[in-house]
Design a protein. Sequence first.
Length: 85
Amino acid sequence: MAEVLVTLRVMPRSVDVDLDKLEQKIKEAISPDRIQRNPIAFGIVAFNVIKIIPDEAKELELLENKLKNIQEVGEVEVTEITRSL
């Protein structure tokens, strides 16, 4: 089965969110292949989360829902999808 590399931007619900705790919750929820912080503006930091998943329609939706179910997460956006070899 083919796999895809998905990059998601995860925004905290507010600037008051403890970023270390949020990063840990993201790791526990989806075990990302890579996660990095990306300063946006005015103290707002987004997480760029990279995860390799099976190339099936429901897998991406499941991944997004797991992230959206984290209380401190405000927004989840898929920024890139690349088919892996």
